[in-house]
Design a protein around this ligand. Structure first.
Ligand SMILES: *Cc1c(COP(=O)(O)O)cnc(C)c1O
Length: 394
């Protein structure tokens, strides 16, 4: 008995959008207040300050009213001035994509691009910045989700600061799932969102801007204002006494409030440990069934998603469809350059649970087997179970 293609999947083990926490779903269903009701203005201030606590940034972060592509484009438009030389770091589809936004605003965009199953070497960035002292802004993606690989943004932030340049970070799919933040990476603009590891639906962006970031934005005559792309418009909107530039997404703010409460109550360290364990169990299972991971080395594999390399001659599309139809398990395809070559299992928010890693190994292994791949599902499940038990008995 197979799942009907039209039935919703029972398990969404994707790398975004992700399953939302029940607390978040309940909060989304609460009363939608008038945005200038004092209770909502107070809530917006409270939620911003909770987000500041969770992000660990010096200044209140911005909550922008659209999913994080809005904030990424807004960061490029606001921070990059027309005479700037930018260094874009591309180790995947998102890193590469940021360079196209940067090119709209910069005088010149230089790029270091590496194969999409590897990571940026901070020493190469240091050497590049030494040879090219005119670079004012460096852009990097922390977890390039379509590859499941991590860049060491703290090390890249250090060499960027050393060179006197400013850093823009895309930490959308890593933040709240591992130790990372605007302060550690010394980012001028650190973009993330509630829609990945915080377990909310896609709708909002979170942006931490440093003091140096604000100085550069405020000195940029082309930085957008009275615009959806503006960061400046929202700078003071967090205060309950200030006006909003336009109507905030009231229901989503309720959801974010619940997600932040949940994150802070569970404790960031415990949340990160849960993501890391799930990824470890999943990886042991994948390797155990005789299938390779996408990242060339495991030290650059993200704890928030596992990218699985398809065996020779097998396209990811039919495997995903088979897992969905056969077991009711939805996983993510690659994007652009990685499309067809890999499958991504998300460990984000509520699905960062080792039990889901076993389910993913089972569904992916079973689908691969059904399509004729050489795969030992039982060995994979045993390896995953062993990794889980080892962590419990430790
Ligand atoms: C999810 C994600 C975003 C948000 O972009 P969408 O493609 O609209 O989901 C941005 N950057 C990264 C690294 C992401 O994983």
């Amino acid at each position: 008995m197979r799942y009907l293609e039209t039935k919703p999947p029972v398990f969404t083990l994707t790398a975004g959008p992700v399953d939302a926490y029940p607390e978040v779903l309940r909060a989304l269903g609460t009363t939608v207040l008038y945005d200038y009701d004092p209770a909502f203005q107070a809530l917006f201030e409270t939620v911003t300050l909770k987000a500041q606590k969770a992000l660990g940034c010096d200044l209140p972060p911005l909550i922008l009213q659209g999913e994080p592509v809005l904030a990424l484009e807004g960061a490029a438009a606001s921070l990059i001035a027309r005479d700037d030389v930018v260094l874009n770091l591309a180790s995947g589809v998102y890193g590469k994509g940021f360079g196209y936004w940067a090119a709209r605003y910069a005088r010149k965009v230089e790029e270091i691009e590496v194969p999409y199953d590897t990571a940026i070497d901070p020493d190469q960035v240091r050497a590049f910045l030494k040879e090219n002292p005119e670079v004012r802004v460096v852009c990097v993606c922390n977890h390039d989700t379509p590859s499941g690989t991590l860049n060491d943004i703290d090390a890249i932030g250090a060499v960027t600061a050393e060179a006197g340049a400013l850093l823009i970070v895309d930490a959308v799919s890593s933040w709240a799932g591992m130790r990372t933040g605007p302060t550690e990476s010394r980012a001028a603009v650190y973009v993330t969102g509630p829609n990945k590891c915080l377990g909310c639906p896609p709708a909002l962006s979170l942006v931490a801007v440093s003091q140096a970031g604000w100085e550069k934005i405020e000195a940029n005559p082309d930085a957008p204002f009275a615009s959806m792309l503006s960061l400046t418009d929202w700078k003071n909107a967090w205060k309950k006494t200030e006006a909003f530039p336009f109507t905030p997404s009231v229901a989503e703010i309720n959801g974010l409030d619940a997600a932040l409460d949940r994150y802070l109550a569970e404790g960031p360290e415990a949340v990160w440990a849960r993501h890391a364990l799930t990824a470890r169990v999943c990886r042991e299972g994948i390797k155990g069934m005789g299938i390779e991971l996408w990242p060339v080395t495991e030290d650059i594999a993200s704890p928030t998603a596992t990218a699985v390399r398809m065996p020779e001659g097998i396209d990811a599309g039919p495997v995903l469809a088979e897992a969905r139809a056969r077991y009711g398990v939805s996983m993510s395809a690659g994007r652009a350059e990685t499309l067809g070559k890999l499958i991504r299992i998300g460990h984000m928010g509520p699905t960062a649970q080792p039990a889901y890693a076993l389910l993913a190994v089972s569904a992916l292994g079973g689908a691969l087997k059904a399509l004729g791949a050489k795969v030992d599902v039982a060995a994979g499940l045993a390896a995953a179970q062993a990794a889980w038990d080892a962590a419990i008995d430790q």
